[in-house]
Structure formats: structure tokens, C-alpha cells
Design a protein around this ligand. Structure first.
Ligand SMILES: [Fe+2]
Length: 285
């Protein structure tokens, strides 16, 4: 296996939700190709261990509990887990949706998440519908102060934008890629003009071409139960999974011109450039 670059090692990764990591349910999983074990301690704290090939505990990894998730890292991140102030807003509901295992690289997952052009063809009559297939011009910018990639002024007609939507609406979107492998979507909240709903995806790279995607919603919705919200988001992700697992190569090509692009791919082009400049080699070509 190729050497893992330091930019990939030095990120925070979600490995489980806080509520699912209990004393009786440790999580034995993989991160960046290595076996790890996360355990809940008697005092409520956590320990995460890097394991050897034969299962011995080799080294303790840093751990954080943040936004109802357990985060760890294989390296030494420069800062803490990215900020998400919406998590603390009065009245919002954090809905941890679970884990979807998808056989592809984390870069492919983020790129698919940023892509609006597939909505009418993959999420038929939910996030898009023919003949409204055109992706309007939107803006992409790299916010150097926080090292985040944003796509703004995205708009799309959606038959059923969220679980709480009762009719088709013109939806405003903003995408935030908070670190190379964590993305949040901000979208029009049906029934509220002053707020946006959040949908986040946090791929845990098991290895270069396999991920456990942790995903959540952070919404104003007093109609749907958690279960209904989870079902809605799960349905969308299952549709994406089919597309993602059929993409070749599974790694994300970072060389310019490696894949044919159109104007709607502006976010993806910037994303590839950004992670390339950062030195991310893991899961890329
Ligand atoms: Fe999708």
C-alpha cells in the first residue's frame, strides 16, 4: 500500500455517533487502512486505539466528542474539528442518520455530493425532475482564512426538497466543504424564510476505495419524526450509492482534464484543485 500523505493523516474523522458508542457496544472499525478500536470507558470518556495486524493495542489516538459524533485522527491536526454554530441554535434538531457503507473513495463521495446535475436523473421526482435539468450558474470560492471551499448561489427546482416539503419549490443551495472529506449542504427550509436546513456527510475512509459515510440532518422540522427524516435521507443516499459504486476509477483523478467537465462542474473542478494543492494523495489518482 502506498504511503499515506500527511494532509490526509492530519484530518479529524468521524468514526461513530456518540449515542451508538456505549460500554457494551465498542466500535471495531478501520481508518485509512488501519484497524482501530473505539471504546466507552466507565467514567463516560472514550479511548480510541490503533491496532496492529494481529489486534494488539499499539497507540492511543486523539479523540473528540463533537456534534453528537466521535472524531479521531491518525495524525496531528492543526486545529479542532470545524465549527458548526448551527448545531447550537435553538429549535434545530440534530438527526444522526446512521452509516452507509459505500465502495468508493472519499473524494468521489464529496464530489457527488457537490454535483447538482444528477438530481433530475438520479433523485427522480424528489430532488429534481425532467425537463428542469439545467444547473444555473453558481459561484465557487475558496475561503482562504478558514481553508474551506464554498459553492453559493446555487438554485434548483425540486419536487420534494426535504421530508417536510409538501409541494415543489425553487430551492436555494449552498455547499460548504469544511475539510477535504467533510461536506455540508445548506438548503431552503420549507416553511421558514429566515433559516436554512443542513445536511452533512462525513465519510470515514476505511481504505482508499471503501468508506462508511456518516450522515446527518440539522433541521427545523416539527412535523416529521426522526425516523421519517432518516428514511428520506437514506433513500437519497441509496440512490447515490448505485452511481458511486459504478464510477471508475474509484479513486478521484486529480490531473487536469482527466475527465470531461461541463460548466456545472465548477465546484468539482475547484474541489479537485484544492485537495491537490493541499497534498491529498489518499484515494486519488
Ligand atoms: Fe445525489
Amino acid at each position: 500500500m502506498k504511503q499515506i500523505d500527511s494532509a490526509t493523516l492530519n484530518q479529524w474523522y468521524v468514526i461513530q455517533s456518540c449515542t451508538d458508542l456505549t460500554q457494551t457496544r465498542p466500535r471495531h472499525t478501520r481508518l485509512l487502512g488501519s484497524d482501530i478500536l473505539a471504546e466507552r470507558l466507565d467514567d463516560g470518556g472514550l479511548s480510541v486505539w490503533l491496532l496492529s495486524a494481529t489486534g494488539e493495542q499499539m497507540r492511543q489516538l486523539p479523540v473528540r466528542e463533537c456534534y453528537d459524533y466521535v472524531w479521531t485522527t491518525m495524525g496531528a491536526p492543526e486545529g479542532e474539528v470545524f465549527s458548526m454554530p448551527e448545531f447550537y441554535e435553538e429549535g434545530r434538531r440534530m438527526v444522526v442518520c446512521g452509516i452507509a457503507t459505500v465502495q468508493t473513495s472519499p473524494g468521489r463521495i464529496i464530489e457527488n455530493f457537490l454535483d447538482m446535475s444528477h438530481f433530475p436523473f438520479v433523485h427522480i421526482d424528489v430532488l429534481g425532475a425532467e425537463p428542469e435539468t439545467e444547473v444555473n450558474n453558481y459561484k465557487v470560492n475558496l475561503r482562504k482564512d478558514v481553508n474551506e471551499l464554498w459553492a453559493t448561489e446555487c438554485g434548483f427546482y425540486q419536487p420534494k426538497a426535504m421530508a417536510s416539503a409538501t409541494e415543489g419549490i425553487e430551492v436555494d443551495y449552498q455547499y460548504r466543504v469544511a475539510n477535504p472529506f467533510a461536506a455540508i449542504l445548506y438548503k431552503t427550509c420549507p416553511g421558514r424564510d429566515d433559516a436554512m436546513d443542513l445536511v452533512g456527510i462525513l465519510p470515514q475512509p476505511l481504505d482508499e476505495t471503501n468508506c462508511d459515510i456518516h450522515y446527518f440532518m440539522l433541521v427545523f422540522d416539527d412535523v416529521n419524526s426522526d425516523q421519517e427524516l432518516i428514511q428520506f435521507q437514506q433513500g437519497i443516499l441509496m440512490q447515490d450509492r448505485i452511481i458511486l459504486e459504478n464510477q471508475r476509477p474509484r479513486e478521484l483523478p486529480l490531473e487536469r482534464g482527466a475527465e470531461i467537465t461541463i460548466r456545472a462542474d465548477a465546484a468539482s473542478i475547484q474541489y479537485r484543485r484544492w485537495i491537490k494543492d493541499m497534498g491529498i494523495g489518499f484515494g486519488t489518482l
